[in-house]
Design a protein around this ligand. Structure first.
Ligand SMILES: [Zn+2]
Length: 86
């Protein structure tokens, strides 16, 4: 785990946004090739979603990997195994 994932930098610019990275997939619902993967924060916690950008059909929802740098305030112990006490 790199230090950059533990020490988030202050935001710069007038607006805060996430980068929607295009992926080489086709939407099974509308057939569009405009599919992107990007971070979200929803009711089950931080996730990476792959969604069609034309109809917003959700192709997948993944747990973020270390390379995703999401969330930026990721805990240093996030990947540690839990004990029976939690
Ligand atoms: Zn679609």
């Amino acid at each position: 785990m790199g230090l950059e994932s533990l020490m988030p930098m202050p935001p710069s610019g007038d607006r805060i946004s996430v980068e929607r990275k295009p992926v080489d997939e086709t939407c099974p619902k509308c057939g569009s090739g405009n599919v992107a993967r990007y971070p979200v924060a929803n009711f089950i916690g931080p996730r990476m979603v792959t969604k069609c950008q034309d109809c917003f059909h959700s192709l997948s929802v993944d747990v973020p990997t270390e390379e995703d740098h999401w969330p930026p305030w990721r805990s240093a112990t996030l990947d540690w195994p839990t004990s029976r006490a939690g």
